[in-house]
Design a protein around this ligand. Structure first.
Ligand code: R2B
Ligand code: URA
Length: 312
């Protein structure tokens, strides 16, 4: 069956920024952010997080720890002798959370369910902390498979689409399917594209397909199961490419949809690890891939430095 073409769908307007939209929260005496091992009873969230301005999300705990230490250098952040950065969420062992001045670096694991839990708790955390949603920005820094792009290219997502190429996330709520649009901010993307040029990273704007699975969901031939042919795969990926899809990963739909609901400025930058029109396996040497994975981080670090007026 031919899929509906959403290529020209207009993004709905963003609401006035607010981290939360839930009347029940005001009636709660305490709030336990269970997966972050933080709560409003035992932690002074205002004191800990009120100055946060940039929240950077990424899949891997190791990469987000490394990003936090990278930001220490990039922001010329002073750590007192004998002290170091601590994982603020170490009590939970689910995600890592580091803070470097106004920057939070947090890991979200793989896939939408893991990201969704974290987003709910980070949004509530920022709300409890009294941060200004009009002054905060969210970034997802990740990896992906590219379509027709040289591996190592960074894709800045204009919108996320699901595996049926629809630009919204469907959530089953109370037995009904609710659709949340997954568009991102064109103005912020333009700025990020400029910054990526200034740090010498090959970057493009494009749509990102977000799937619920790495293998069959992304039309791979090399999973444990496969009931389609190489030609079926090629036809699907070519059709996606023709609809403006530049890359494929597993979290952007939820990230964009939840950010869009908040009205907070946000962007998704994912480096491509391979060209999916050429193959499925990721066999690039580890050191090359490490360097590629730093590219979204370098762009965001420079963007933050510019916003904070830090010059060398
Ligand atoms: C990119 O890479 C991971 C799968 O290898 C997944 O989290 C994603 O979005
Ligand atoms: N991450 C994905 O989700 N897909 C790829 O092909 C590469 C990284």
């Amino acid at each position: 069956m031919e899929q509906e073409d959403f290529t020209e769908m207009e993004p709905p307007p963003s609401p006035k920024p607010s981290f939360v939209r839930n009347v029940n929260l005001a009636a709660m005496d305490e709030d336990y952010l269970y997966h972050l091992a933080l709560d409003t009873k035992h932690n002074d969230l205002k004191d800990m997080f009120r100055d946060v301005k940039f929240v950077c999300f990424g899949g891997s705990p190791g990469r987000m720890k490394a990003f936090a230490f990278y930001m220490v250098k990039q922001l010329k952040y002073k750590i007192t002798a004998g002290q170091t950065l601590e994982d603020i969420s170490k009590g939970s062992d689910r995600y890592v959370l580091y803070k470097v001045g106004p920057v939070l670096s947090v890991s979200h694991g793989m896939g939408i369910p893991s990201l969704s839990i974290l987003m709910h708790e980070i949004l509530k955390l920022l709300n409890h902390a009294g941060c200004d949603p009009g002054e905060v920005m969210f970034f997802r820094l990740g990896t992906s498979g590219g379509l027709g792009l040289e591996p190592g290219t960074v894709v800045i997502s204009e919108a996320a689409v699901d595996g049926l190429l629809r630009p919204y996330m469907e959530v089953a709520t109370l037995g009904m399917v609710i659709q949340h649009p997954a568009f991102l901010c064109p103005e912020l993307n333009k700025e990020l594209l400029e910054v990526s040029k200034s740090v010498g990273c090959q970057s493009v704007l494009g749509k990102t397909m977000c799937t619920y699975d790495f293998y069959e969901g992304q039309a791979r031939l090399d999973g444990a199961f496969c009931e389609y042919t190489e030609e079926d795969k090629r036809n699907f990926l070519k059709r996606a490419h023709a609809r403006g899809i530049a890359n494929i990963e597993m979290e952007s739909l939820c990230f964009a949809a939840m950010c869009h609901r908040t009205g907070v400025k946000s962007a998704v930058l994912c480096v491509t690890l391979l060209d999916r029109l050429q193959g499925d396996q990721i066999s690039t040497p580890h050191d090359v891939m490490e360097e590629w994975q730093c590219r979204p981080q370098r762009i965001i670090a420079e963007f933050i430095r510019k916003k904070l007026g830090i010059t060398d």
